[in-house]
Design a protein around this ligand. Sequence first.
Ligand SMILES: [Zn+2]
Length: 144
Amino acid sequence: MSKKKEIDDRFKKFGTVSFTSVTRVNDFIGYLEQGKIMGTRCTSCERLYFPPRADCFNCLSSAMDWFEVEGVGKLITYSKLKYAPVGFEDDLPYCIAVLDYGDYKVFGRIASEIPEEEIQLGMELTTEANELPNGQLNYVFKKP
Ligand SMILES: [Zn+2]
């Protein structure tokens, strides 16, 4: 009798190119399919993590809950890319950015529909689930 090993590789559905297809935080993709951007919260010390982590580096606990990234974050830095890693060349040019949500920060990409001249440090943006033309999923920063 052959026993096939089941590999939980749901992260292969994330982003233009997948970097981490096997991880203990695969539920992130299930939530993303429902339009929710989720991070993890340590249930012992309350620290919030985005991207989600399965282990807390603050108190070393592995007891994690999920929380939803909602509301607006403040744009604290961004950069327009004219050169991209392998797999992202077709998306150029695009802006990568960091939103500050207070207790955590979210690194991601500014939606291409926001013109570059409207992008300003301190502006409020939301983090939204996004389906790419090839069916892959990611999230982008949009105007609230
Ligand atoms: Zn902790």
